[in-house]
Every structure is written in C-alpha cells, then in structure tokens.
Design a protein around this ligand. Structure first.
Ligand code: HDE
Length: 753
C-alpha cells in the first residue's frame, strides 16, 4: 500500500510493541507513528500492569465501561465467573478436605475448568491444517457486469473478506516454508450471500477426478507406520504414487519449481483452478478461470533459505503476514478472470477447460481485472477465526456457477461433510466467522451447537401457520438459479474424456517457459526429493516420467541421483512456452522489504541513521543488527533491533554494511568448536555467516565507507551482480534498492541448463 508512509509500516516488523488483542484499523485510517523500538534486552522501566492484573478495568462492577475496548482484553467484566456467571473467590486452589487433604469431587469449578480445557482442541483439517488468515475488503471495479451479475463484482461496492492461506500436507504445528502447495481461500461476505473462492497458489491439481483425492493425500502424508516425514513430499510413498499416476506430473512440476517455496503469502498468486461459469443479468454465460495477482509480485525463497527458515522461524509466513498488516503495509491482490466462450465442447484453443491439470496460457487469454482485495486487519483470535472458518466451493452467489469438472464435483460434497466432523455438527455457519453478512432466513433447525433461538412453529413449506412465509425468490429478487445448462445424452460410465489422457504437454510447456536459473532450481528440487527416497524402483520410474517432460530435466536429475537417464518413451509434446509462467526478469515494488543494517559501536552511526530514514521513506523496513542488544554509540544512540546472536540471513531481503564488526573474543556463539577464539582482527564469524548466506541466496548486499573490506573475507568480488558498495549510505542504498526490485541477483546463480 504505497499510500502509507514508510514509518507506519515498520512497527511490527521491527519487533515493536504490540497492541493487545486484535488490530482492525479502519481502511484508510493512519496507524500512529511507531516509537523507536528495541531489542528485548534494552534496560527499561518495568511494564505497567496489564488491565487484568490491575484489577477491574474494562467495565466497572456496575457494568459501566471504563474506556478500554472490550475486544482488546480477554475479560468481559470486572470479576471472574464460572461458565454460569457465578462469581468466583479463588481459581488457584482445588477444594480440599484440609490444606493437605484429598481434593473433593464436588468442586464444580475444578471440574468445569479442567473439562473445558480437555476439549479445547478440535480435529485439525485433514489437509491444509496449518494456516494463517486476515480480514480485508474487496472492491469490485464495476467492470464485470458484461460477464457476471454478481453484485460484488458487477458494481463498484466494497465487500468484506476473510482470507486463509495454508500449506497442504503439514500438521497445524508444522513449519511454514516447506515445499508444498499453498491454499488461498477467500470468503466474500457479499450482500447476496457468501461466496467462497477456495483456491491454491498453483493453477493445476494432482488429479482429474475427486475420487482419487484420498489416494494422493494418503501418498503425500507421512508414512503411516512411523508418521514421518512431516509436511513434505520428499519420501517414497509420494513419489511412488506420482510416478505411477502421471496426471500428477504438471502439479508436481509446479511444486518442484520455486512456486513450491513462496517468499511470503503476500507474494503469491492465487488460482481458482477449476473453470467456473459466470452468468450476466441477461442470462448469457461464459466460462472463466479465476486469478489473484499480488501487487508485490510473485516471489520465492531459495531452497537452502527455506530450510534454514524452517528452523530459525517456523512461523515465517504467518509472522510476515501479521506483521505487515499490523504495520499498515496492507497486502493487495487484483482479482481477474480469463474468459472463454461457453461452448458445448468447453474447450479453448484445444485446451479442455474441464481438465484441472491444464492451464490456459495468459498469452492466449489475458487475465481481465475485476477488482482489488486489500487485507487490512489481523484476526482477533486465531481459534475462533482462522481455525473455525469453514470454506466451501459450493458457497456461490447469483452470477457465479460451477462447471462439470469432475474434481470440483467431489469437492462440492467433501467440504460440507468435513466441517461436520471438524466443527462438531451442522451448525458451523452460525459461528461468528462463518456467519453470512446477508440476512439468513433458513428452515434448518436444531442439531449440535445450535445457538439460534428460532421462534415460530412452522419451519416448513408450504405452511399457513406462518402466513405462508417465507416466500421463494425469483431471479429478479436475487435468487441463485443454476445456469440451465444443456446436458448431452449420455451413458453412465466410469471413464474420463479422451483429452484427459494428455499428461505431458502442459508440464513441457511449463518447463520450456522457465529461465535457466528456474530450471536449475527444478532439477535440484527433484534431485533432493528423489534422493530422499529409499526405493530404487521409484526413482527409476520417476526418471522415465521426467524424460517425457524434457531430456535435460531428466538427465540433470539422473546425474544427481547417480542413475542412468532413460530416453523418452514417446515423442515430446510440441508446445510453445508461456513467458507469463516465469517469475524472473521483471521488476516489482520493494514495498515492505527488510534491509538488515550491520553495524557496531565503531561504525558510521550518522550514516546508519540516514540509511534508516531513507529505507523507511522508500516503504521498506530497516533493522539494525548489532553485536549485543541495547544501543550503539552514546550521543544520539542507534537502537539495535537484531543482534549477531539472534539474526540470521533469512530474515532479510538485503544487507547493508555500515562497517566491518570485529569478533569480540568473549562473544558467545562467535567461537568455533575447533578453532577456539576467533581472529580478533577478522570480521565476527556470525556476521560472515550472515554475509555468505545472503550472498548464496542471491540477495543484494551493499555498504559504504570502507565496509567493502568484508567482501574479501568471504571471497566475494565487488563487481559481482547485486553487490552495491559506495562512498555514502545514500549512494549504496540507491544501487541496493534497484537490485531488490528484481527480487534477487539472478545472475549469481549458476545456469547450466
Ligand atoms: Fe480441498 N479440501 N479438496 N482443494 N482445499 C479441504 O476442507 C478436497 C482441492 C483447498 O483454509 C478440506 O475445510 C477434495 C483443490 C483449500 O480452510 C477438505 C478435493 C483445491 C483448503 C478438502 C480437494 C483445494 C482445502 C479440508 C478433490 C484448489 C483449505 C478442510 C476433489 C482449487 C481451506 C476443509 C481453508 C481444504 C477436500 C481438492 C483447495 C477435506 C475432496 C483442487 C485452499 O474438505
């Protein structure tokens, strides 16, 4: 969000003080200027007691508000009560027969407190268990009326949304930066009912028919005997399945590409995957594929960076999203559609639109923008919102309908079914996060966790006792009427259309669309994953699959595995590349990028202060990395935000050196087990590690004064790509920012394919 001042964007990412509870600034309302923030070790006054430590605060004993927002604290009243509202005198001691005596079964407060605790967890999602979410708004550009009558698209209106991003394979507590597909599910609370766009960051899927979903998920989940490995596909059962089941080839190739390890949820595309059918006010229909395009561009981690991040900060993506929103740097995506004529064949340029393993290249059908989504508020409570949100691809509104994609059909069944076991019954739509914003007037009654008190006696139709109410709506009253699609006369069969048998033309198109660097990454990813398999037969079979995509890919992976590369069994598909699929070669806004400024007490601190200001003004986040917590310098000191002990390269998009910090002989963590105390004249080894990792990961590295000396210690040449040293901090930053716009110094990566 370029309109926010840079300073407004820094509070959370700099580790600054958090607001208690949720933050929901109204869109457009400025976030207050952040105070200078510090490493937690900086001496300071003790924190004042939190309101709940300080006695009754939010409401007075007579229930009068005292000023603090109720939503910001856990307590809704002055006194602790049990679940029945009875005030409690003690919540720390069980009721006992004497201080040293047995605990009494009659202690209802004890039983209620422990019983509730015992049931605090609900089953995690069978897939997409780990996720993070945010609230926001979607504003239609009002350009969709020609193709859809859905009011939130066709009119220039603002619709509240809730978006949940997720990994697919890992458990709720798994790491964020694993190689996996990411879920991108959006709930639009429209005035005509709730519309859920339950998509992924990859536009194709492993299977063409929903009946195969348990197979692919069983193969990809950890092995059932030892339950390893967690949250990844690098194991035998996954590769066993996908090497036999070649319709998974396209999706797997995307997973092995950089798309499988996104830099941030904010930098991912989203796709509806299936083809949908839109209907306009005149009743004409068109087929569409939904796309989310991130304003910050599509960026990925590099593999080693992703692995280090899994250990350093398993919550990396979750933290990144929440910090950006809390700091006012609201992530944005444009929603767009590729539009195709709704012909009986349901194909476009020979591509079967009902086959979810195929894409339509954007060069053939451009993505037409329909509106802009801005995520501007973090959830107040993870469980109530992120965990309990229930998406369903069948939550549709007038103007948006499904097609006969056989994968979508199974999903339409599955999501309702899964919510019943996950959320404990059929009334999950009454949970606050799932409640439609359109008025609900259904005849669904009773069931587990019913929270509505339905009046009246006639929840049935027809009735006379409620005066015949409620009435049925027609199209003019906004009813959802399924598009009256002609169905061909057909036989009942368990078959797929002939076009579904093509499993290789689109993987080949994807491969051909990649730059040499991206191809290197793909070869390395397959080599890693197959190298983790124990079964030789699985590796060999997978190589025969890769040979059908491209011989270079197959040879590269075979060489890494130490196996012979088989030749393709059939001629390779003759396809054109689609340049839109590559992530490399364009420039993007540097908004929200994190620059680590390395300095110690001897550094040019005036330059550090100036650099901080310049970085903030450019909408980026400066983090000063110093030898210890506290401050650098005494007059006009600079606050240290990360220390050599707490910082790791993965947190930064670029590094800026204000000097070359030397190793302190007594620095814990700076000593090598074998070498003992580091060379007192050399750079601190932890800083050297920062530098070498950032370099290996293609990050921009710069500095001023004589700080370029540090390059020599790491064996880096000053004239290499993405290396930006200059006389002043301003000149170095200028070069550094230019390099950052391309995301990484791609020329630094080897490209032999
Ligand atoms: Fe899902 N999927 N899925 N899926 N899916 C679920 O629903 C399922 C598929 C996707 O953040 C589950 O509420 C079947 C494609 C997302 O809460 C479950 C099939 C796409 C999320 C389910 C698919 C997705 C889910 C588990 C094949 C991309 C997370 C918990 C027929 C277009 C939503 C839940 C969230 C979640 C079933 C295939 C995306 C079990 C049977 C294709 C983003 O119902």
């Amino acid at each position: 969000n370029a309109s926010k001042t840079a300073a407004q964007k820094t509070t959370a990412a700099e580790g600054g003080p958090r607001k208690r509870g949720g933050s929901r600034p109204a869109p457009g309302r400025p976030t207050p200027e952040p105070p200078e923030v510090s490493e937690p070790t900086l001496p300071r006054e003790p924190l004042p007691p939190a309101p709940d430590q300080d006695g009754p605060a939010t409401v007075s004993p007579t229930g009068q508000p005292t000023g603090a927002p109720r939503s910001a604290v856990a307590q809704g009243g002055a006194y602790l009560t049990n679940a029945q509202g009875t005030r409690l005198p003690d919540s720390d001691h069980s009721l006992k027969a004497g201080a040293r005596g047995p605990v009494l079964l009659q202690d209802h407060h004890l039983r209620e407190k422990i019983t509730h605790f015992d049931h605090e967890r609900i089953p995690e999602r069978v897939v997409h268990a780990r996720g993070a979410a945010a609230h926001g708004v979607f504003r239609g550009y009002g350009t969709a009326a020609k193709i859809s009558k859905a009011a939130f698209l066709a009119k220039d209106v603002e619709t509240p949304v809730f978006v949940r991003f997720s990994t697919v394979l890992g458990s709720r507590g798994s790491a964020d930066t694993v190689r996996d597909t990411r879920g991108f599910a959006t709930k639009f609370y429209t005035e005509e009912g709730t519309f859920d766009l339950v998509g992924n960051n990859i536009p194709v899927f492993f299977i063409q028919d929903g009946i195969k979903f348990p197979d692919v998920v069983h193969a990809a989940k950890p092995h059932p005997d030892r339950e390893i490995p967690q949250a990844q596909s690098a194991h035998d059962t996954f590769w066993d399945f996908v090497s036999l089941h070649t319709e998974a080839t396209h999706h797997t190739l995307w997973n092995m590409s950089d798309r499988g390890i996104p830099r941030s949820f904010r930098m991912m595309e989203g796709f509806g995957v299936h083809t949908f059918r839109l209907t306009n006010a005149q009743g004409s229909t068109s087929l569409v594929k939904f796309h989310w395009k991130p304003k910050l561009g599509v960026h990925s981690l590099v593999w080693e960076e992703a692995q280090i991040t899994n250990g350093m900060d398993p919550d990396f993506h979750r933290r990144d999203l929440a910090d950006a929103i809390e700091a006012g740097a609201f992530p944005q995506w444009e929603l767009g559609v590729q539009v195709f004529p709704d012909t009986p064949e349901q194909t476009f340029e020979g591509i079967d639109l009902l086959d979810p393993t195929k894409i339509v290249p954007e060069e053939l059908a451009p993505v037409r923008p329909l509106g802009l989504m801005t995520l501007n508020a973090n959830p107040t409570n993870f469980f109530a919102e992120t965990e309990q949100v229930a998406f369903h691809p069948g939550h549709l509104v007038p103007g948006i309908d499904i097609t006969d994609d056989p994968l979508l059909a199974a999903r339409l069944f599955s999501y309702l079914d899964t919510q019943i076991s996950r959320l404990g019954g059929p009334n999950f739509a009454q949970l606050p996060i799932n409640r439609p914003h359109a008025p609900v007037n259904d005849m669904l009654r009773d069931g587990m966790h019913q929270t509505a008190v339905h009046a009246g006696v006639a929840p049935y139709r027809p009735n006379s006792l409620d005066g015949g109410c409620p009435f049925l709506a027609g199209a003019d009253e906004g009813a959802f009427i399924e598009a009256p699609v002609e169905l061909p006369a057909a036989r009942k069969v368990r078959e797929a259309p002939a076009s579904f048998a093509d499993h290789f033309s689109h993987p080949r198109m994807f491969w051909l669309s990649m730059t040499p660097t991206e191809r290197e990454h793909i070869i390395a990813a397959y080599t890693f994953e197959l190298g983790k398999c124990y079964e030789q037969a699985v590796k060999e079979r997978m190589l025969t699959v890769l040979a059908r995509i491209d011989p270079q890919l197959c040879e590269g992976v075979a060489a890494g595995l130490g196996l012979p590369a088989p030749a393709a069994a059939e001629p390779l598909a003759d396809v054109e590349p689609s340049p839109a699929l590559s992530q490399i070669g364009r420039t993007w806004p540097v908004d929200g990028r994190v620059i680590g400024i390395v300095a110690d007490g001897d550094a040019d601190l005036k330059g550090v202060r100036a650099a901080r200001k310049t970085i903030l003004n450019a909408g980026m986040v400066p983090l000063v990395i110093g030898p210890t917590g506290g401050v650098l310098g005494s007059r006009n000191p600079v606050t240290v935000q990360r220390t050599f002990a707490t910082a790791r390269s993965v947190e930064f998009d670029a590094l800026l050196f204000a000097g070359v910090p030397r190793a302190a002989a007594d620095a814990h963590g700076a000593r090598d087990a074998k070498a003992g105390a580091p060379d007192p004249d050399g750079p601190d080894p932890r800083v050297l590690l920062l530098l070498t990792e950032a370099y290996r990961h293609g990050k921009a590295i710069g500095g001023w004064g004589d700080s370029s000396r540090i390059l020599g210690a790491a064996g880096i040449q000053e004239d290499e790509p993405g290396i930006a040293f200059a006389d002043t901090s301003a000149a170095a930053l200028k070069q550094l920012t230019r390099a950052l716009a391309g995301h990484r110094a791609w020329d630094r990566f080897p490209a032999t394919v």
